[in-house]
Design a protein. Structure first.
Length: 502
């Protein structure tokens, strides 16, 4: 799908200011949307919204369909009279700059349980009907997810393949027994999803009414310890007796890591998926477009061929490329939904076959300016080599911030940047790259919010290959100031990316 000439900001909701320890869907989310409108942006890009597990990575969630309970706003719960002012009083102080995930979870979960109890006891007939309608509309994934999470709590948080054998392998009589035994807990997990989607739907509606579209993110793989793998084991390459991944996903050695990246997710059983007309993937696309307007497909190249590493390997060096039926999949998706607005994350080891798959369906690829300054004039990330149907970024969530990247360059590399740019914007290297992105022919240009603010490496969102310490950056409320807003608006206008081009 061809996008109009436009621009936007990449910012995950956990990065919003909030006195509850982690960004949420409360007032600061609405303030950010107002900032987008006032600076003439048209897109807000986010990372995956799923419920995160160990390491807090939005790319490793307990469900590919569910929402993250930590994004639920306690203040909206209070406004709905599901918790009280007293419940929110005396909340401890949290870091203003970093998400303290463990502390936030420990304090917010009891609050969500109280809200659930109050909803169950006091919900009006209209609210009860809304809840029932939600559960029915999401039943294809919600039933399994709620039971999975209740079981996970019951078994002390261990991975599903270490549960009692009967329920790990989903024996019908065991499923029925546990549904009855964990009825209260299952209701809680359904309610939390109801509240998440209720708040998110209102936020998205607020954005859309102001002509802001939300770009979501589909990680190609799902976590092994997830409701998806437990409820659809036939969809994945698993070791039959243990339930462990028989083939693990990752990428070979690349820009980010000399030993590659071993993600550990099970790869798909594409033969089985194709046999049932890719039903699981159809449901996944249907689910994400229920709450975003556009989606980026992470690791798009895996739909043409994927790097598979046998169980037991410690890194991703020893693996092999295996063909995937990407053409057949996207033909089915097009048949079901029409020409969806999809962005292909086509970074890494990209072959002509991957490019052909991307271009066959007119998916715009990604251009990263931090990758542009080596390899000479043929470098595909240099703006004069762009095609219009692409999305240009200064950097992504996997990159250092632009200021951090520039400061860590070797002298000769920095000279290369100087030579190409001619001069550095007096406001800093981050504005030089924003100008470079905004002035390019790319249909869409996106800047991470950290780059807009000119922040250094401390504000980096993720270090690929590093297991913990990621995803925690937050900004302070005063970052949404008129100076940044007006400078971005001016840049957007002079580069022809404003909603009103006149």
């Amino acid at each position: 799908m061809l996008f109009p000439r436009s621009s936007g900001i990449l910012l995950h909701p956990t990065s919003f200011p909030s006195r509850f320890g982690v960004g949420d869907m409360g007032i600061e989310a609405y303030r950010f949307i107002d900032f987008l409108v006032e600076s003439d942006q048209q897109y807000w890009q986010i990372l995956p919204l799923g419920p995160t597990g160990y390491g807090n990575s939005p790319y490793s969630c307990y469900s590919a369909m569910a929402g993250n309970p930590m994004l639920i706003s306690p203040e909206i719960l209070r406004d709905e009279q599901l918790v009280t002012d007293e419940d929110l009083a005396n909340w401890p102080e949290f870091s203003l700059d970093t998400v303290e995930f463990e502390r936030a979870v420990a304090l917010k979960l009891p609050l969500l349980k109280k809200a659930c109890e109050n909803f169950q006891a006091k919900a009006s007939p209209v609210q009860q009907r809304e809840f029932s309608a939600f559960c029915e509309s999401k039943a294809s994934w919600l039933e399994d997810y709620a039971l999975f999470m209740a079981l996970k709590d019951n078994f002390g948080g261990v991975s599903w393949n270490n549960w009692e054998a009967e329920i790990a392998h989903r024996k019908p009589e065991s499923l029925e027994k546990w549904r009855q035994q964990l009825n209260t807990e299952i209701y809680y997990y359904k309610y939390v999803q109801f509240e998440f989607f209720r708040q998110w739907t209102e936020l998205k509606r607020y954005a859309n009414l102001r002509d802001i579209k939300i770009i979501g993110d589909i990680p190609i793989y799902v976590a092994h310890d997830s409701a998806d793998v437990w409820s659809h084991p036939e969809t994945f390459c698993l070791d039959e007796p243990t339930g462990e991944p028989a083939l693990m996903a990752g990428v070979p050695p690349d820009y980010f890591s000399e030993t590659g990246q071993l993600w550990g997710n099970p790869v798909y059983n594409w033969e089985q998926l194709q046999a049932n007309n890719f039903q699981w993937w159809v449901e996944r696309f249907e689910a994400i477009f229920d709450y975003v307007d556009v989606t980026r497909i992470d690791h798009f190249r895996g739909f043409e061929a994927y790097w598979a590493v046998k169980r037991g390997q410690k890194n991703a060096i020893e693996g092999e490329w295996i063909q995937a039926p990407g053409i057949a999949l996207f033909e089915v998706i097009n048949e079901k939904f029409g020409n969806l607005p999809i962005i292909a994350e086509d970074l890494g080891v990209i072959t002509p076959e991957v490019e052909d798959l991307r271009d066959r369906f007119e998916f715009p690829g990604m251009k990263i300016l931090q990758f542009a300054f080596n390899g000479g004039p043929g470098n595909p990330f240099l703006p004069f080599n762009f095609e219009r149907n692409c999305v240009v970024y200064t950097g992504t969530h996997d990159n250092d911030t632009t200021v951090g990247w520039f400061n860590q360059l070797q002298d000769y590399e920095r000279d290369e940047v100087y030579r190409y740019l001619g001069c550095i914007d007096p406001a800093g290297i981050h504005w030089s790259l924003i100008r470079m992105a905004w002035g390019s022919i790319a249909n869409m240009a996106v800047v991470p919010f950290q780059d807009l603010l000119g922040l250094g490496t401390d504000a980096r969102m993720n270090f690929p290959g590093k297991a913990d310490g990621n995803w925690g950056w937050r900004y302070r409320s005063e970052a949404l100031n008129w100076e940044v807003r007006d400078r971005l608006k001016t840049m957007t206008h002079i580069c022809g990316r404003s909603p009103n081009k006149n």
